[in-house]
Design a protein around this ligand. Structure first.
Ligand code: FAD
Length: 651
């Protein structure tokens, strides 16, 4: 192995020493840095360009189905994504609103520049955290470290600056030997348009024996909003109301007013426009399909199935003659629009031709061409449940480098890797979230036990506990864990306690509020529900379909001081109590069983009562608990049962 790829530090050459260094200032890196600092570590975040911290590489939108819940989970664990979104959101929609609050999913469109600035400001407000510019070219290992076990000792940047650290979190996103493709003829080396790739680090990670694979993703062209004929598009206004992504009580700054009837923390809202890629556009794509980087053979690696390129849509759904496109604002300081739905790696002139076939875009000016990018990722089965490398002590991975796609997935991993990197320097046990606690728990567990064969994104269907793991109750699920882990400031601990007691207060108020026929009937009749014969408690009426607890409180003139989120949380607990109880007792059973630790000394190859496949997989993946073992494909219930007996017999 070339020794220059694995240099060791001598303290004389170190410019400074930290507990944790985070490499990369994207969504995983910024959360990892804040979480490590909140955990009490002295942290440095080193990233390619300080101005690009928090850059939304593709669509400037945060949240959506399952992802919106992750944003609130990150917030409940002390992260910054929700707060930055509240400060930068220019268009908001609560998805699934028609289906009832149990499945609501917040999604916010952001001003790209404001989002970046909000993230940077929040990082700089974090004590114990220094942000620095530089491309990390190498990791430093402990002097004397030889093949076998290695221990992280710091990093070296391309400029030759060396920093010591006891733990390093790698969050280099799509930058690992990134190659951008536009058509079959144009290949540009880069981590994102206009930014250099990270090459040396990838070479070193190969040299130390980590397995590397390649994935790809793509982005659509952007256009000049001044060249759009809006009159033939459909306008979609923001639904913004008094929704904060971040628990409003965590905010110590008051809301401000931008229009008369309400107050907000968000910038002035902006509309989106809907138009369609018609048959004439799909024909252009079909005619030029061999010039697409992906279909013309320039890219072999796999892309995200659920964010397909427009080429994918046309090839896979040939009978669909129209595809919806959203023209989304990039921000207040620009007329540029993001063409959501038109991700492509066709040549730039073809992209313009496609755009001009779209109603409203006949004379459009394309400000940037779309492109596809191929990049390194490190199969996450090389990690343990803390997101730490099994091969290199003190090295953690989070975000796109683990084979995921999406800002929210990256942020969720960043929180876990950051907390655990800090804890490893403090000789504390890692923080592992169970699948029943959160989507973040599901995400990490899926990654380390199942691995990925295409870019991984979250869906509600990935969780076995999606009735009780919702966006509205992220704080009650996770804030006690975060508090116990020491992630909150004193002020935050107080507001968390008052926020959690608000749900209990709303439940108690529902129990004791008596609804007379005079007060309740107008509401019930309007909702198509039968009128009352006599007074009934609000808690009973809330069990009826289409009757909200908030409307009962409003009619009875009570609960005005309770936050709306708390009332919604209480309403769901009342309406779906039976389902929730069942799911929670299943979770409790599984947690008790799944928590059984599997000692690292366990010799799987000697356990004859489990299948050969199970022996091999368990020996390779070394799950920390029975729950993690159960998520490994090919491990049968009988294997788990026998494993449990074997562990109990041995310990
Ligand atoms: P990134 O946001 O990529 O951040 C990586 C950070 O690391 C950057 O700040 C970079 O400067 C820094 N860095 C890299 N190497 C080094 C180094 N050696 N030293 C110091 N700093 C370094 N997601 C979707 O969900 N849907 C999509 O359709 C989609 N399309 C995309 C299209 C494109 C072209 C790109 C580039 C990304 C796309 N994404 C998409 C992915 C989305 O951007 C990522 O999931 C998300 O940004 C991942 O966050 P991250 O923190 O892991 O990495």
């Amino acid at each position: 192995m070339p020794t220059d790829l694995i240099p060791s530090p001598t303290s004389a050459t170190l410019e400074a020493t930290f507990d944790v260094i985070v490499v990369g200032g994207g969504h995983a890196g910024t959360e990892a840095a804040v979480s490590a600092a909140r955990s009490g570590a002295k942290v440095a975040l080193i990233t390619g360009a300080l101005e690009q911290i928090g850059q939304l590489s593709c669509n400037p939108a945060i949240g959506g189905i399952a992802k919106g819940t992750v944003v609130r989970e990150v917030d409940a664990l002390g992260g910054i994504m929700a707060r930055a979104t509240d400060l930068a959101s220019v268009q908001f929609r609560m998805l699934n609103r028609g289906k009832g609050p149990a499945v609501w999913a917040p999604r916010a469109q952001c001003d790209r520049g404001l989002y970046r600035r909000a993230v940077r400001t929040l990082l700089e407000a974090q004590p114990n955290l220094l942000t620095m510019q530089g491309m990390v070219a190498r990791l430093l290992f402990d002097e004397g470290a030889t093949a076998g076990t290695r221990r992280i000792a710091g990093v070296e940047t391309a400029e030759g600056r060396r920093f010591g650290a006891r733990a390093v979190v790698l969050t280099t996103g799509t930058f690992g030997r990134g190659t951008m493709h536009i058509g079959t003829g144009t290949r540009i080396s880069g981590g994102r348009a206009g930014e250099a790739p990270s090459v040396l680090l990838g070479e070193q990670l190969d040299a130390v024996g980590l397995t590397t694979e390649r994935f790809k993703t793509g982005t659509p062209p952007r256009i000049d909003g001044r060249s759009v004929r809006y009159d033939v598009t459909e306008r979609q206004d923001s639904e913004i109301e008094l929704f904060d992504y971040s628990w409003s009580h965590f905010w110590t700054t008051p809301r401000r007013s931008h229009h008369a009837e309400s107050t907000t923390r968000h910038p002035v809202q902006m509309p989106c426009w809907i138009t369609w890629l018609e048959e004439s556009g799909t024909e252009i794509i079909t005619d030029h399909i061999n010039e697409s980087a992906m279909y013309g053979g320039a890219i072999a690696s796999r892309g995200p199935r659920y964010c397909p390129s427009v080429e994918d849509k046309v090839v896979k759904f040939p009978d669909k003659t129209r595809h919806q496109l959203f023209l989304e604002p990039e921000g207040h300081d620009t007329t540029e629009l993001y063409v959501n739905g038109l991700s492509t790696s066709l040549p730039a002139p073809v992209q313009l031709e496609i755009l001009r076939s779209v109603p409203g875009l006949e004379h459009v000016r394309m400000t940037r061409a779309g492109y596809a990018i191929e990049y390194d990722y490190y199969p996450p089965t090389q990690l343990d449940a803390s997101l730490g490398s099994r091969a290199i002590d003190g090295l953690y991975f989070a975000g796109q480098v683990n084979g995921t796609t999406g800002y929210e997935e990256a942020a969720g991993q960043g929180v876990i890797a950051g907390i655990n990197a800090a804890r490893c320097t403090q000789a504390r046990e890692p923080l592992v979230l169970g699948r029943e606690t959160s989507y973040i728990g599901v995400l990490v567990n899926d990654l380390i036990t199942r691995g990925v064969d295409e870019p991984y994104r979250l869906f509600t269907s990935r969780s076995e506990f999606r009735l009780t793991v919702r966006q509205d109750n992220a704080l009650s699920r996770l804030a006690p864990i975060a508090d116990e882990a020491g992630l909150f400031t004193g002020v935050e601990r107080d507001v968390m306690a008052s926020r959690l007691s608000a749900v209990r207060d709303a439940l108690a108020l529902a129990e004791r509020t008596s609804m007379t026929p005079e007060v309740a009937d107008p509401l019930l009749v309007a909702a198509g529900s039968r009128p009352l014969q006599h007074a009934v408690r609000a808690v009973e009426l809330t069990k009826r379909q289409d009757i909200s607890l908030q409307s009962l409180f409003d009619a009875a003139g009570v609960g005005a001081d309770l936050p709306r989120d708390a009332v919604i949380g209480a309403e769901l607990e009342i309406k779906y109590a039976g389902y929730f109880d069942k799911e929670r007792s299943r979770a409790a059973r599984l947690t008790a069983q799944g928590a059984l630790p599997l000692p690292t000394s366990l010799k799987y190859d000697e356990i004859r009562t489990i299948s050969i496949e199970a022996r091999q997989k368990l020996a390779r993946l070394r799950p920390a608990t029975l729950a993690q073992a159960s998520a490994i494909p090919g491990i049968s219930p009988a294997d788990l049962q026998n494993l449990m007996w074997e562990v109990r017999r041995q310990t």
